[in-house]
Design a protein around this ligand. Sequence first.
Ligand code: NOJ
Length: 748
Amino acid sequence: MKQIRTLCLAAGLLLAVSCRGPKTDSTIGASSDTERRVESLLSRMTLAEKIGQMNQVSAGGDVSNYADALRKGQIGSILNEVDPAKINEYQRICLEESRLGIPLLVARDVIHGFHTVFPIPLGLAATFDPDLVEEGARTAALEATAQGVRWTFSPMLDIARDPRWGRIAEGSGEDTYLDARMAEAMVYGYQGRQADSTSMAACIKHFVGYGAAEGGRDYNSTFLTERQLRNVYLPPFEAAVKAGALTLMTSFNDNDGVPSTGNTFVVKDVLRGEWGFDGLVVTDWNSMGEMIAHGFGTDRKDVARKALEAGVDMDMMTYGFLSHLEELVKTGAVKESAIDDAVRNILRVKVLLGLFEHPYVDVEKGVAVQYAPEHLAAAQRSAEESVILLKNDGVLPLKAATVRSILVTGPMADAPHDQLGTWAFDGDKGHTVTPLKALRERFPGKVTFVPGLRYSREKRNAFQDVVAAARRADVVLVFLGEEAILSGEAHSLADLNLKGSQSELLAALKATGKPVVATVMAGRPLTVERDLPNCNALLYAFHPGTMGGPALANLLFGDVNPSGKTPVTFLRTVGQAPLYYSHNMTGRPYNGETLIDDIGMEAGQTSLGNTSYYLDYGAYPLFPFGYGLSYTQFAYSGIVLDKAVYGKDDEIKVSLTLSNTGNCDGTEVVQVYVRDLVGSVTRPVKELKSFERVSLKAGESRDLEIRIPVSELAFYGLDGVKKVEPGDFQLWVAGDSASGDPVPFTVQ
Ligand code: NOJ
């Protein structure tokens, strides 16, 4: 992909879509040699050994706990072991003491970095920078594989349109196209473009629809139609499969009554049948067993059969396969050929990763790789690009030369564990550089720290100490938000305002009249509308990881110009959820009608508007998808298409001039949206179809050409067949999803 992009640039063009990394870029894929090795092993395995490969267990304590099971070939994979010496010993037992010497696949949730922690995936998505995200995933793979971890349960590709859902932190947000590009980047990064001993198998999850949990309550039911699945939720998975993802995890939720781990339609028909996926399908943690709680099976034997029939290969922590498959085969309830297929998929991954050739790691070398300077630098760049400037009345960037005293305050100013975010099991908070630490290093003797609140949920009635310190300072830098524990798995929230007395702290600071710059660090888009008037500027940092502090210092003082864009709609109030840019059009679109304050106390029912909106909050979000300010300004001009009418096999060439009209260098994320005006089914009001980061010097203008194949406009319509429907379209090129003027075109 890098090479293709270089060529594009050399031609003087930025070809966003055609620069995407095609499958052929990755050399990880089954060959006839792989298949021969898999078949040869399979032919020598007993039924019990085959079933053993299908069993995944969580490491706990001493290696000896599992030694006997490993010798008997009863375990195919272990998760949650990161001690390289123990991993080597596990592998030794498998290779030297089990009958067939099949190595173990060691798995871990390496979600946004291993030791060096990158921003949470939602923050990575805010970079709109697939190359950087790939570099981050590669870094994670280098560190994790050096310790013997060869399989990560990432990337999470769940589209999330409800910020109450705590796991919104772990994905790329609300948009299908952005999610798909991030999916490819992470797969390439984890697995590497070439298979070698640093390749870590990616696991795309959670298949499928998990992010659409009712009410944003984790693990809850979803009711997605097949059309929604195919048009919105499945494409990122398909993109990741095309990029060569080696494994996939089924999700906890039931969709329209069918739990994913027993869903033959999505796993067997779509994933295997339509997409030709020949990788490994693993359940989520006990999601096989949970089908009993769902009421989808009577007992473990029943759900084990249902999972196998649906196309699941490996059971994470239910022991359903291990305990019951042998009996199910013997009674004829399941065919041994189904087990053979599952084992082929598992062995194929082990062969492709080179585990048979390189099962061990060098313990000392592995330690040396962790927190390497280039890893920290990549984490810092990722954090810098992930931060979104949401408000700036001109106070930012701060001028380092003239600042004499800085007050640093707020619960996230010095929270080394919490700035790492959810799923940072292996990140050592001792390595975290917090904003306080970074600012103290940069401005010795000029920084005063008064926490104000030690935790986001702490309540205080008065802030005399902070207010007094603010009065003595030139500028107040307040770091607010939520701790890592408030987002992530099983951590949904019903109230998304800043917790505790954080809003009161901010208001007290503002009342001093000093310039107040707020930074919010959180795992989700919180509802910050009430806080906006109380700060002169607001930076939004989804938990930014190990190097969040220096990244924020660089942004605050203008060494780096903010370029992050919202990967998810920011709500005014939680009651608007779900609210996302790519919604369908109602028959009565909002037309700026009366809001509650303008309705007379005794007004009759008929005096209200007749469109789709909330009387108290209208129809719009606080910040739309794709939004983010810069210290400079960008102007879009001369947006033209090369034709008015396109054929289905054509490419749309969009030309435009992007100008940096401000006083400093900056980077804009140029976004292209399309609307299909009339379809056999109603279509979203806008869909992102391309984006590209463009860096321009102050005052510089550049002509851009963006190409979008007409085939990208295909969707599943009334007949359930994916195709481009002829008709009229509109296209926007802009810096966010709510700006720009539509350019019409037709497809015939
Ligand atoms: C449950 C989570 O849903 C999943 O994402 C994770 O990978 C597994 N646990 C393993 O830790």
